[in-house]
Design a binder for this molecule. Sequence first.
Ligand SMILES: [Zn+2]
Length: 90
Amino acid sequence: MGQIICRCGGRISTTGCPNKHEYVMIADTAHEKFVDQVVATVEGGVDAWLNVSVQLDRAGPPVFECPECKGLLVFWKESHSPTYYIRAPD
Ligand SMILES: [Zn+2]
């Protein structure tokens, strides 16, 4: 992707690791599975940890926060178009 243009015009970089605009959103049930895998891989070394890390990245939809409006852009079910969630005013 490289970058996403938010509805407000803000530019969101999708490159870099870690990416300060990207979040991981996972279901609580997937989180429990993840924790179990982390515990199981403590003795497995770096390769085992990298495998768990990749699974975590794929556990939920990619979520990006716009640095300008702080809205969230969620790519549900591998969609190429994000759904925009704008923060409600206080
Ligand atoms: Zn924005």
